[in-house]
Ligand binder design. Structure first.
Ligand code: NDP
Length: 258
C-alpha cells in the first residue's frame, strides 16, 4: 500500500490530483480548509482509503501539529511514501510599496512555511523507512520569471525551488535519500486563474496575457495538468532534476519532449 499526502485537495489542481490518486491500492491523506464531498463520494464508490483533514495551513502551529501527527503514523510497511505540497495562493497582488501586511504573512505561511514544515515532518517521520520517499512541491513558472505585482507569489515559489535544491543536497549524503522536486504545473484553468484574470492592470500589468490565454483556450484543464503530474511522479528518475517544469515533457508520455 502506497501513501500520498496532498495539501489543497478541495478544488483546482489538488482536487484533480486527488481524484486521479484515489484507489483501493493507495491511502490518500488530504488537507484543505474546505471539504470535498465529491471526492469523499468517489472514495466510497471506489472503496478507496481517503483521510481528509480540514486545516487552514496559514495557521502554522496547528498545521505543524497536524503534519506531525500524520507523518509520525505513516506505516513502516508502505510500498512508497509521497508528500505533495500543492496548496497555494497568488495574493497579495500589488506593488511592493502597497503590500497588505495580513495577506503577505498568509502567503508566506501557506506557500512557504506550511510546505517546509510538512516536508520537515515528513522527512523526520520517515527517517527509518526502508522504501522510497518522494516530495513534490508544486511550484510555478513565476518562481523563475519575475512579474510586476507578483513579488510575493514569485518570491514564495522561488523559495520552494531553493528549499528543494537544499534538501536534495542534504538527502544525497544520507542512507536511503528522499527524493524531492519543485515542479511548475503549467497554466491551469482553476479558481486561481479566474482570480488572476480579474486583477486590476494597475496591480498586475500582465493581466491581459492571462485573459488571452483563457480566451484562446490555452489553459490546461486541471484534469490534464493532474494527469501529467501523476505521470511525472511515477518517473524512475524522479528527483534527478530537482527544479522542473511539467511542460518540459511530452503530453502523451513520460519522455522528454525535446
Ligand atoms: P486554487 O486556488 O484553485 O486551489 C488552491 C487549493 O489550495 C485549494 O484546494 C484550497 O483549498 C487550498 N488552499 C488555499 N488556501 C489554503 C489554506 N489557507 N489552507 C489550506 N489550504 C488552502 O489553486 P490551483 O489549483 O490553481 O493551484 C494549485 C497549486 O498550483 C498552487 O500551489 C499554485 O500556486 C500552483 N500553480 C497554479 C497555476 C495555475 O495556473 N492555476 C500555475 C502555476 C502554479 P481551501 O480553499 O479549501 O482551503
Amino acid at each position: 500500500m502506497e501513501v500520498v499526502i496532498l495539501t489543497g485537495a478541495s478544488r483546482g489542481l489538488g482536487a484533480a490530483l486527488a481524484d486521479q490518486l484515489l484507489s483501493s491500492e493507495r491511502r490518500l491523506v488530504c488537507i484543505a480548509r474546505k471539504p470535498n464531498p465529491l471526492l469523499e463520494q468517489k472514495a466510497r464508490d471506489r472503496k478507496a482509503w481517503l483521510d481528509y483533514y480540514l486545516q487552514d495551513l496559514t495557521e502554522i502551529e496547528a498545521s505543524d501539529m497536524l503534519a506531525q501527527s500524520i507523518c509520525d503514523e505513516l506505516p513502516a510497511d508502505a510500498s512508497r511514501l509521497t508528500l505533495i505540497n500543492n496548496a497555494g495562493m497568488v495574493e497579495p497582488v500589488a506593488r511592493a510599496s502597497a503590500l497588505p501586511n495580513d495577506q503577505l504573512v498568509r502567503a508566506l505561511n501557506l506557500n512557504v512555511a506550511a510546505a517546509m514544515l510538512f516536508s520537515s515532518r515528513f522527512l523526520k517521520g520517515t527517517e527509518d523507512f526502508a522504501g522510497e520517499r518522494r516530495i513534490l512541491n508544486i511550484s510555478s513558472g513565476a518562481a523563475r520569471s519575475p512579474y510586476a505585482g507578483w513579488s510575493v507569489y514569485c518570491a514564495t515559489k522561488a523559495a520552494l525551488d531553493m528549499f528543494s535544491r537544499c534538501v536534495k543536497l542534504e538527502e544525497a549524503v544520507r542512507p536511503n535519500p528522499a527524493r524531492i522536486v519543485s515542479l511548475a504545473p503549467g497554466v491551469v484553468d482553476t479558481d486561481m486563474q479566474a482570480t488572476v484574470r480579474e486583477l486590476d492592470p494597475e496591480d498586475f500589468p500582465n493581466v491581459e496575457r492571462f485573459r488571452n490565454l483563457k480566451a484562446t483556450n490555452q489553459l490546461a484543464s486541471a484534469e490534464e495538468a493532474a494527469r501529467r503530474i501523476v505521470l511525472y511522479m511515477a518517473r524512475a528518475d524522479f528527483g534527478t532534476t530537482e527544479v522542473d517544469d511539467v511542460r518540459n515533457y511530452s503530453t502523451s508520455s513520460e519522455q522528454p519532449s525535446s
